[in-house]
Design a protein around this ligand. Structure first.
Ligand SMILES: Nc1ncnc2c1ncn2[C@@H]1O[C@H](COP(=O)(O)OP(=O)(O)O)[C@@H](O)[C@H]1O
Ligand SMILES: [Mg+2]
Length: 256
């Protein structure tokens, strides 16, 4: 069943410039879908519209069969719980003044009426945070550290744990590995893949890097100047009928 349906979604930041132009696609439960395109193609704009961080005037977003109106998204508490996001820069997600365990618990504290499946039984707040750290492969000793005492990869793992804490059905990742070293990028991609296998959470993975998308995603959308120019299953990446722009992205990645 389709979890998310995006229908002819458009965004104009000003009259003369169309950042997104009638974008349509669907994400099914548990699916990993990649959105790839060069810088400025509209990827972050799409993520922001989905998360309600920017408004739109044209098009429609439907989640779990329910329309999410552009200006009233604050009303949709369930939507805000079900759709979580990870950004390229995890520093902005983690409050520098708080120890990691407190930042980790913010989403759960916002949804106090919800108990995630990994917390059946009674756990103190600290134990909950430690459990979350272990879920993303971090030592529980990290709980008492501050963000500046963690590496980029560790911080990104904490942001992932934070997003997972309330068991979203869709995780939107906007260039989550772009600022990490190559070896750490691969580790984070593996982590996301493992999580996806065990939780049946859908992932919308946004990247300028077609290799990262190929690592994680079953289906790929190619965005160019605000339009989807190609759409295919990963197995068809090298198909002769791919859009010339997709071929150029593949070729550029091979040359790097
Ligand atoms: N708040 C904004 N106001 C005006 N233009 C914007 C704004 N945010 C993004 N843009 C423009 O929209 C286009 C798409 O940007 P963005 O969605 O950030 O692309 P990407 O994430 O693919 O690099 C770019 O040309 C960018 O300059
Ligand atoms: Mg971006």
């Amino acid at each position: 069943m389709s979890l998310l349906v995006v229908d002819k979604l458009s965004k104009q930041y000003n009259k003369s410039f169309q950042a997104l132009d009638h974008i349509s696609f669907q994400v099914c439960e548990g699916e990993s879908i990649g959105i790839v395109g060069e810088s400025g193609s509209g990827k972050s704009t799409l993520a922001k519209l989905l998360l309600g961080l920017e408004i739109y005037k044209e098009g429609r977003i439907t989640f779990n069969g329910e329309e999410i109106p552009p200006k009233k998204r604050s009303l949709f508490r369930q939507y805000r719980k079900d759709v979580q996001m990870i950004f390229q820069d995890s520093t902005s997600t983690l409050n520098p003044k708080l120890p990691i365990w407190k930042s980790l618990l913010e989403p759960l504290n916002n949804f106090k009426d919800f108990t995630p499946s990994f917390l059946k039984g009674s756990f103190s707040q600290k134990e909950t945070a430690e459990r979350l750290l272990e879920m993303v492969g971090l030592d529980k000793e990290m709980a008492d550290r501050y963000p500046w005492e963690l590496s980029g990869g560790q911080k990104q793992r904490v942001s992932i744990a934070r997003a997972l804490s309330i068991e979203p059905s869709l995780l939107v990742c906007d260039e989550p590995t772009a600022s990490l070293d190559v070896t750490i990028q691969v580790q984070i991609l593996h982590l996301l893949k493992d999580i996806q296998k065990t939780t049946n959470m859908a992932i919308l993975f946004i990247s300028h890097d077609i290799r990262a998308v190929a690592h994680l995603c079953d289906n790929v959308l190619v965005l160019k100047n605000g339009s989807i120019v190609d759409q295919f299953r990963l197995g068809d990446l090298y198909d002769i009928h791919r859009h010339p722009y997709t071929k150029a992205l593949v070729q550029a990645a091979t040359l790097e």
